[in-house]
Design a protein. Structure first.
Length: 311
């Protein structure tokens, strides 16, 4: 597990980070296709994007720094937005690599999928992805959407599972990203899979961040969708509701890449990262980013790669 104590900087790491900084400048419009005035990446350049939340940016930095250290030309376009936006960027060629989460990615392309386990989801992605794109080896690391309530709500209503919600007979407000209103694991799933009749979404556009956490703490919402590796869950002693019907699919971290960029050398680097990345380490890295020192995704990624000797 990643420790707060920094590992000794290995020889050459400074040069690697300098190289990443040189190639890591984002365009003013990271999702603009080449035809709209942005410069198309040079042949052989891997353009690494990220979603608009810190954990995904940390993983993107891990990808970018490791590829750069292995002599691969890299650009970064980070914090692009939510899935609809960054997948459009991947489709139009603005980026050609991004860290993804297997289950939600599968449901984006195949909302009616019956896959639930890690292996089933990754296998199904092979058929669901658009032509010209692929996922590489999944990491053991997993970060899932999770529905959380306060301890007070859990105790007063005897709720520890999503299956308990249907019997409450009270209107429920759920805090989460706006797209939760349409996602299979969002409001539709709570109604159709768990039989919750009176449930509405309170849109909060921070991906389970401080605004969502505060809305749950102050009672603005009854439930909140917060990513399972978010330190605020344990810090606030929230109760994460069980999901006995597997409404939320396995969510292993996977590199999503255009086939044109997936050379043997690139795949070898990314697959080695996936082989070393665990859920516990994701949580530890998030704690470093969200703690008192608020270390940057770039620094956290560098330290993890040094510790794993992946430079």
């Amino acid at each position: 597990m990643l420790r707060n104590t920094k590992s000794r900087i290995l020889g050459g790491a400074v040069a690697v980070i300098a190289a990443v900084a040189m190639v890591g400048c984002s365009s003013s419009n990271p999702t603009a296709p080449p035809s709209s005035g942005s410069v198309a990446p040079a042949s052989g350049t891997v353009v690494v994007g990220s979603a608009q939340f810190p954990e995904n940016e940390i993983i993107a930095q891990i990808y970018a720094q490791a590829l750069t250290a292995n002599g691969i030309t890299v650009e970064t376009k980070l914090s692009i937005g939510q899935r609809d936006v960054y997948l459009a960027a991947l489709q139009d060629g603005s980026i050609n690599l991004i860290p993804e989460y297997s289950g939600n990615l599968l449901q984006f392309y195949d909302p009616k999928t019956t896959a639930t386990s890690s292996d089933e989801v990754v296998a199904a992605l092979g058929d669901a992805l658009p032509s010209g794109f692929e996922v590489l080896d999944p990491a053991k690391a997993e970060d899932k959407d999770s529905y959380n309530v306060t301890q007070k709500f859990s105790t007063e209503n005897n709720v520890t599972s999503l299956a308990d919600l249907a019997g409450l007979g009270i209107p429920l407000k759920v805090g989460g990203n706006p797209e939760l209103g349409e996602r299979p694991y969002g409001i539709p799933g709570l109604k159709d899979i768990y039989g919750v009749k009176d449930v509405t979404l309170v849109p909060i556009s921070d991906s389970g961040g401080p605004l969502t956490v505060n809305a749950l703490v102050d009672g603005t919402v009854d439930l909140a969708d917060i990513y399972s590796t978010t330190p605020a869950i344990t810090q606030n002693k929230f109760v994460t509701l069980a999901d006995p019907k597997n409404m939320i699919l396995a969510q292993n971290v996977v590199p999503l890449i255009s086939s044109a960029a997936a050379t043997d050398e690139v795949k070898a680097v990314l697959n080695k990262i996936s082989a070393n990345l665990t859920t516990a380490e994701l949580l530890a890295m998030n704690e470093l980013n969200q703690g008192d020192k608020k270390e940057s995704p770039e620094t956290i990624a560098k330290d993890w790669l040094e510790q794993k000797k992946l430079f």
